[in-house]
Write a protein that binds this ligand. Structure first.
Ligand SMILES: [Zn+2]
Length: 644
């Protein structure tokens, strides 16, 4: 709060006290529950696209989940009541906590073991086995033994799941994906586990289910085609259903919908724990499609119980895509609670199709076709664009816009599909008779930004008032992203991969995503966005798109509030906003760039609640440690986070 606001507030309190002669009224009006002081509190209240952070204050008061006031230590401490917990920050840096606008805790909980083991520490409910960090061939060689042991232990009908390991630096990702697709078949899994339902995960979101698992899934979703094939909109197809049945590829919903059938409270506990894990690293809001109605129900259950440890902004993914249904959904846009609200809708994922030609021989060398979604590996090419005229996804996009709904949460890849994506926005808006101002007010967005916008697209993105969610992760990976773009199209095009500097300079708000189960790498990924140096390729990709740390920070805080359409309530540390903030062990603004990855989040408050508090700071301030850093369940071998 600025000084004037603080004075007004002070005057109000004095008036009330003087008038009633009763200090209890002030308590009823509400003393702050928490005050943090003697800090370097970076409010991020700067409204520009420059590298200004706005006001830096010493102290902040929190009441009823929101920021009551900010100011000097003396001003804010004067607001304390008898019950107010006052925390001396001893000069430490405080930032608004981070929001990732394309992030799937609903998937990550079924990959990384930490949260899963915290909720289900033994094999009573589900038999879960994580492969050690070994070369993919060795992991595959172990599968039979691992499943044999699990089957021997399993009760009748009990689910078994095995998760392959990509390695702490994803060193096995490419080889694992390749080997998995060649070796793991439904028939093979039926042989290994003929009676118990079982899924085997490729180390990421892909998994193959055996026959027994498909049967359970079918009792929940008789139409196997929904969600599993990425249909989301077209009519069910017998051909696709048969393919799903034969392949056992049930995609994301198999875990929440079939494995946890009838166990919604357990699913809720799992999602809560997964979010707590991310909160421990400073991330307190996620945007994503839920990928399963049961995930959404589990979030809702947590919210009803007042147990959401973070905020989840969901995107509608069907099943119904007719105009009238979408108009109803548009009427709920932005609605929900403080912890769970509707942020948009999307159907198909943008493909990797680009306007530039692939290098000769690339496709033959790869021996594979294009691939869509999740970071845009590239590929696709030619006319195989998801949003090309005449495609189902294009029609749905237009209908989303025409209905008054917002396009957000969509995975995209290449720039050519982004041309089509913007065409669909303009076409849908035209049908609805929307003005340019009305289009802009929707803040339609595309995610990943893995091959777009290309430089000449940027003015159009800006003109349509769009937002761009960007995935720094692919400046680090080598199986996807800039590393692949360099080989596929030429290194000169790697400035199209996450072009954060260009969009920022154009005045386009851009946001951040990890889009992988790697929350502990968040500060590392900030530096990847800054230096764009790929450590394994020993190569800088798109040096012209390097930014300073403040631009990265604005993407993580202030601009994500706009993406979530709650900039009045989140993204900065200002009075009236959610008390979502992190306390760091070193100063993000001044620490050498090489040390940014080492930054530790000592404490995270979400809505004024202590969701993460590390042991050292807890001891110092006389409080009990809280959250994921207190978990004691053993982490399976080979899944220890890589530290710096
Ligand atoms: Zn994603």
């Amino acid at each position: 709060m600025n000084r004037a606001g603080l004075l007004v507030l002070g005057a109000m309190l004095c008036n009330v006290l003087g008038w009633t002669q009763n200090g209890n009224i002030a308590a009823k009006l509400g003393y702050p529950q928490t005050i943090v002081y003697n800090g370097k509190i970076v409010t991020m209240d700067d409204n520009s696209f420059t590298s200004a952070v706005g006001a830096i204050v010493q102290a902040m008061a929190v009441r009823d989940g929101k920021i009551l006031a900010t100011g000097s230590t003396a001003e804010i401490r004067a607001l304390a009541g008898p019950q107010t917990k006052q925390i001396d920050l001893k000069g430490r840096t405080v930032l608004p906590s981070f929001a990732l606008t394309h992030e799937h805790p609903t998937d990550w909980v079924f990959i990384e073991p930490r949260a899963f083991r915290h909720v289900l520490p033994n094999d009573d409910v589900i038999i879960s086995r994580w492969m050690p960090n070994l070369p993919p061939k060795e992991q595959l060689a172990r599968l039979e033994g691992v499943v044999k042991e699990a089957v021997a232990k399993a009760k009748p009908g009990q689910w078994i799941r095995v998760i392959f390991n990509w390695g702490p630096d994803y060193e096995w990702a490419a080889e694992m994906q390749d080997l998995f697709s060649k070796s793991i078949t439904k028939a093979y899994l039926d042989q290994l586990a003929p009676n118990n339902p079982m899924t085997v995960k490729d180390g990421f979101i892909g998994s193959i289910a055996n026959k027994a698992a498909v049967e359970v899934f079918r009792t929940v979703h008789p139409d196997l085609d929904f969600y599993t094939t990425g249909r989301r909109g077209a009519q069910p197809s017998e051909e696709r259903i048969r393919r799903v049945e034969q392949s056992g590829n049930l995609s994301r919903p198999v875990d929440p919908d079939a494995m946890l059938k009838g166990k919604l409270p357990i699913l809720a506990d799992l999602l809560k724990a997964e979010m707590e894990l991310w909160v421990r690293h400073g991330i307190t809001a996620f945007g994503s499609g839920p990928y399963s109605a049961f995930n959404l129900q589990a979030f809702n259950l947590l919210d009803q119980q007042g147990r959401m440890p973070a905020r989840f902004v969901w995107a509608y993914q069907g099943p119904a895509w007719d105009l009238e249904t979408l108009r109803v959904m548009a009427g709920a846009l932005g609605q929900g609670s403080d912890y769970l609200w509707l942020g948009g809708a999307f159907s198909g994922s943008g493909s990797g199709c680009m306007t530039i030609p692939e290098k000769p021989g690339w496709r033959e060398e790869q021996g594979r076709g294009g691939e869509e979604g999740e970071g845009g590996r590239g590929g696709g090419g030619g006319e195989n664009c998801t949003f090309a005229p005449g495609t189902v996804s294009r029609e749905i996009n237009e209908r989303i816009i025409e209905s008054g709904m917002r396009l957000a949460g969509v995975h995209t890849g290449g720039d050519k599909d982004i041309d089509y994506f913007m065409d669909s926005i303009e076409a849908g808006a035209k049908k609805a008779g929307m003005t340019l101002e009305q289009i802009r007010a929707k803040r339609n967005a595309f995610d990943h930004s893995s091959g777009a916008p290309r430089p000449e697209q940027i003015p159009r993105v800006k003109n349509l008032g769009m937002m761009v969610s960007q995935i720094n992760t692919i400046l680090w990976e080598t199986h996807r992203g800039a590393s692949v773009t360099a080989k596929q199209y030429g290194i000169e095009y790697t400035n199209w991969v996450v072009p954060r500097k260009s969009v920022t300079e154009a005045g386009i708000m851009n946001t951040m995503e990890i889009d992988r189960p790697l929350p502990h790498k968040i500060f590392f990924f900030i530096t990847k966005g800054m230096n764009r140096y790929n450590d394994r390729d020993k190569q800088v990709y798109g040096p012209g798109e390097r930014t300073d740390r403040i631009t990265q920070l604005k993407a993580l805080t202030r601009w994500s509030g706009y993406y979530f359409m709650r900039e009045d309530r989140m993204g900065t540390l200002e009075p009236g906003k959610y008390a979502d903030f992190i306390v760091l062990d070193r100063d993000f603004l001044t620490v050498p760039e090489a040390d940014i990855p080492k930054i530790e989040v000592l404490m995270t408050m979400v809505g004024g609640k202590m969701i993460h508090l590390g042991a050292d700071l807890a001891r110092e301030i006389g409080m009990t440690p809280a959250g994921a850093s207190t978990w004691t369940e053993p982490v399976p071998d080979g899944w220890i986070e890589k530290r710096w």
